[in-house]
Design a protein around this ligand. Structure first.
Ligand SMILES: Nc1ncnc2c1ncn2[C@@H]1O[C@H](COP(=O)(O)OP(=O)(O)OP(=O)(O)O)[C@@H](O)[C@H]1O
Ligand SMILES: [Mg+2]
Length: 254
């Protein structure tokens, strides 16, 4: 089966403030192949480069690719902007600004959907779909009229992300620490939400960054990777996460 998403020998570093400066690489040769429908989890110690990878996949202007490439559905997207990636079907939860003054959840979804699909869903249809997902994710339907992330609790933000993912219908999603700050019930609800999105879209590929076994127990990823120092140093199945839970990262450090 051809890959949905592929990362070949990816190197990236922060963009320097002044030209004389050349910051060292944070990503130092990441390889990853994700087939349609697969969930891949990346785990790794603080500071190993997980969020940098997520930001680089999002084409954040904060980082530059110095070597290697990113391939999405057989196209080299290394030079594509965030917008073009989103339109092509990549979902990057945090591409959406933390707070946008004066834009409600529903208004934002409408814009994002129109950018993604080039169609304008009627406000009513969208409202119903959003309210349905809010309910499925255990949130009050009145959230659709709240301003985006303004005063949202950590757990509400994460659920809102999953709701966006459900409605934008991406082909490939990157979720960075979807479980951080969730209470145990919320974690289950969010995991259930992700499973439902997968059921609706069986070909959706997901790259999931997490520190905890718990979300993995709920989502049963197909592959678990360990990243240390900007490289993937181990890949396997759920046994990798179990080992990690037991022994920590010690064995992987130089
Ligand atoms: N823009 C930047 N400028 C300078 N250093 C950076 C920049 N972005 C990231 N770094 C550094 O690169 C390293 C990797 O950071 P990153 O946020 O990718 O780690 P992470 O694996 O997501 O960690 P965590 O588990 O704590 O979320 C860290 O040492 C961080 O300080
Ligand atoms: Mg991080």
């Amino acid at each position: 089966m051809s890959a949905l998403f592929r990362i070949d020998n990816l190197h990236a570093r922060p963009v320097a403030d002044d030209e004389a400066d050349s910051p060292s690489e944070i990503l130092r040769g990441v390889d990853l192949v994700i087939a349609p429908g697969e969930v891949h989890a990346i785990m790794g110690p603080n500071g190993c480069g997980k969020s940098t990878l997520a930001s680089t996949l999002l084409a954040s202007p904060e980082y530059e690719v110095t070597e290697g490439r990113i391939v999405f559905r057989d196209e080299d997207i290394t030079d594509w902007s965030t917008d073009v990636r989103a339109k092509a079907g990549m979902f990057l939860a945090f591409q959406y600004p933390q707070e946008i003054a004066g834009v409600s959840v529903i208004q934002f979804l409408r814009q994002a959907l129109s950018a993604r699909k080039g169609v304008d869903l009627s406000v009513l249809e969208l409202r119903l779909a959003a309210m349905d997902w809010m309910k499925r994710l255990g949130m009050d339907s009145s959230f659709v009229d709240r301003y985006l992330n303004e005063g949202f609790s950590g757990g509400e933000k994460k659920r809102n992300e999953i709701m966006q993912m459900a409605i934008l219908e991406p082909e490939f999603a990157v979720l960075d620490e979807t479980d951080s700050g969730l209470d145990i019930d919320a974690l289950r609800i969010v995991a259930k939400g992700i499973r439902e999105v997968r059921t609706d879209r069986p070909s959706l590929g997901i790259l999931l960054i997490t520190h905890y076994q718990r979300l993995l127990d709920e989502l049963r990823p197909d592959h678990v990777h360990i990243m240390v120092d900007g490289r993937i140093v181990r890949s396997g199945g759920m046994e990798v996460a179990a080992e990690l839970e037991k022994n920590g990262y010690e064995a992987y450090r130089d």
